[in-house]
Write a new protein. Structure first.
Length: 95
């Protein structure tokens, strides 16, 4: 959550960005659920207070001046962002 907030708050001028996350909470929280939470006075469908309201309000405020696409990626190892090629290994020279 903090990485998404920091990324959006770091933008200095209106921008179009892609915010990649494998967190369902971050993805759905700031793209789907937030609209209902705001409409319900920051309460869940069960009328319980939404957790992390202070954090959720920050990307919502920053989002206003930017176009943010939010593709959700699978967690490791299904997405290329999570997997690096294996390091090249060389045998030690024999003397």
């Amino acid at each position: 959550m903090m990485a998404a907030i920091a990324a959006l708050e770091a933008l200095k001028r209106p921008s179009t960005v892609e915010l990649h996350t494998d967190s369902k909470y971050v993805h759905d929280g700031i793209s789907k659920w937030i609209h209902g939470w705001k409409r319900n006075g920051w309460k869940t469908a069960d009328q319980n207070p939404v957790n992390n309201v202070d954090l959720l309000k920050r990307p919502d405020a920053a989002h206003g001046e930017h176009t943010v696409r939010r593709p959700r990626v699978n967690g490791p190892p299904a997405h290329w962002l999570h997997s690096a090629p294996p390091p090249t290994r060389r045998a030690a020279p024999t003397i």
